[in-house]
Design a binder for this molecule. Structure first.
Ligand code: ADP
Ligand code: MG
Length: 257
């Protein structure tokens, strides 16, 4: 049965999509059966996985409004050995359309249920907001991964996110755990980054991944080629960091049984 991991942080530009796409490719290269779900109307994970988001007839939007089932939405990533539930701007309409719908927080969970036996890991790339799309992701997830840049305001934002996760846990998904905080776009020479990193460890302890993703231009270039970094430049520090993060995630999954 697949372990479902939501990659979330309500801030934009913190490395969610980069983490989702590169973890998906890395886990696949380690032999895991992976499904990546793009829950952001910006469709960046879709593009990053090498799928043209404009030409899609069916997307996660159709899943959520129950106009399509998973088999007709799912595509193979253009590069990297994993499956993708793609998204584009259509998804922005889901929130409004579902406002009065029954079980609206459980739409993604219901859509995924029949396919869970086909995967070892399902990764969900969340939008930069604590909205209904993120709530759908957190309601069906087993665990949350939080990518963050080690800046002062990052820690402040984390408090809101942790509160949201607690609320979802209490109301919708009692089994939800925070599986980890990952330090991304890390700059070693920056003392503030070191301080924030120390505070994170003091607060989250073993939940902070050992793997630190450095700032690496290859990670930023790869999506414009529709490739995960592993396929774009396997030897790059960015690609290697995500491989190491994937190994850690697999170990954490084992710890949870
Ligand atoms: P989010 O999904 O949280 O909005 P992204 O993953 O799209 O964040 O990252 C924001 C920007 O930073 C993108 O342009 C991405 O290519 C770049 N980026 C992400 N991680 C790194 C990194 N480790 N090094 C360099 N650039 C990065
Ligand atoms: Mg994103």
């Amino acid at each position: 049965m697949a372990r479902i991991v939501a990659i979330t942080n309500q801030k934009g530009g913190v490395g969610k999509t980069t983490t989702a796409v590169n973890l998906a490719a890395s886990l696949a290269s380690l032999g895991r059966r992976v499904l990546l779900i793009d829950m952001d109307p910006q469709g960046n994970a879709t593009t990053g996985a090498g799928v043209d988001k404009q030409g899609l007839e069916r997307t996660v939007y159709h899943l959520l409004i129950q106009a399509a089932d998973l088999a007709t939405v799912r595509v193979r990533a253009g590069a990297g050995d994993f499956d993708l539930l793609p998204a584009n701007r259509d998804l922005a309409g889901a929130e409004v359309e579902l406002v009065d719908a029954g079980n609206r927080e459980f739409r993604l969970k219901a859509a995924l249920a029949p396919a869970l036996a086909e995967y070892d890991l399902v990764l969900i790339d969340c939008p930069p907001a604590l909205n209904l799309l993120t709530v759908n992701a957190l309601t069906c997830a087993d665990a949350v991964m939080i990518p963050m840049q080690c800046e002062y305001f990052a820690i402040e934002g984390l408090a809101d996110l942790v509160n949201t996760i607690k609320k979802i846990k209490a109301r919708l998904n009692p089994g939800l755990v925070i599986d980890g905080v990952v330090r991304v776009m890390f700059d070693n020479r920056n003392t503030l980054a070191q301080n924030v990193s120390d505070q994170l460890k003091a607060h989250f302890g073993a939940k902070v991944f050992d793997t630190v993703v450095p700032r690496n231009v290859r990670l930023a270039e790869a999506p414009s080629h529709g490739l995960p970094a592993l396929q774009y430049d396997r030897a790059s520090r960015g690609a290697q960091a995500y491989l190491s993060m994937a190994r850690e995630l697999i170990e954490k999954g084992k710890a949870h049984g």
